[in-house]
Design a binder for this molecule. Structure first.
Ligand SMILES: Cc1cc2nc3c(=O)[nH]c(=O)nc-3n(C[C@H](O)[C@H](O)[C@H](O)COP(=O)(O)O)c2cc1C
Length: 208
């Protein structure tokens, strides 16, 4: 049971760039809007672009699928990082994710984070009929994307469909995208695209 009703927001970025990153700018715009609605919200920051989790190790891979009472000391210790990232996600009501498109998918740093938080017994579990069920259905996710080209809605886009699958797998179906595409299509198109995404964010929150 929560001690108070304060909204908890997990703000994740994963662009390798910092000052010029468009996905960071958009995700910050979403966070600013959330703060405007609820100034006292609790904000947790996870910057995967600055400190990316390493790829999952063999010990971790074994430990994920070993029931907790059967884990060795080494496995328990190995899971500490994954446990911390998963707790951050589980404690959040809202996730704000800024992500570039890298080679038509998510950056490796975000993929590593996903490998650490999609955890049996924590974010999904097996139910009576043998199916798998997500455990995060009460959460909302805002995804802010940035890409040089325009692949949204085409078969080249493995970013949004992939994130939809991952979030649905852990039970999150309330996923809203704000996309800045065509950022390498000339200065005018870049400005237009960023402005459209920022306006989309402002419009979304003016309705809420
Ligand atoms: C390694 C790498 C791969 C990229 N792959 C794609 C791609 O597949 N499609 C695309 O449209 N843009 C691609 N881009 C361009 C980025 O999506 C674009 O620069 C975007 O603005 C990066 O996000 P940021 O501004 O938040 O850093 C790639 C950039 C990098 C560095």
């Amino acid at each position: 049971m929560r001690p108070d009703p304060m909204t908890r927001v997990l703000h994740i970025d994963c662009s390798a760039r910092s000052a010029d990153s468009v996905s960071r700018r958009l995700s910050q715009t979403v966070v600013d809007q959330l703060i405007k609605v609820e100034p006292s919200l609790q904000l947790v920051r996870r910057d995967l672009g600055r400190a990316a989790p390493a790829a999952v190790t063999g010990v971790e891979a074994e430990a994920f699928f070993t029931p907790p009472p059967d884990r060795t000391g080494e496995q328990v210790r190995a899971l500490a990082g994954s446990d911390a990232l998963t707790s951050e996600l589980l404690q959040a009501d809202t996730v704000v994710l800024g992500t570039p498109m890298y080679n038509f998918n998510v950056p490796a740093s975000l993929k590593a984070w996903i490998d650490y938080v999609v955890r049996p017994g924590k974010t999904f579990h097996r139910v009576a009929n043998g199916n798998l069920e997500g455990l995060c259905e009460d959460k909302k996710v805002y995804v802010c994307t940035a890409s040089s080209g325009k692949s949204k809605g085409t078969n080249m886009d493995h970013l949004r469909p992939y994130l939809d699958v991952i979030f649905a797998f852990i039970g999150i179906r309330d996923v809203i995208y704000f996309d800045a595409e065509g950022l390498a299509w000339g200065e005018q198109e870049r400005e237009r695209s960023i402005n459209r995404a920022v306006e989309g964010i402002q419009q979304h929150f003016s309705k809420s």
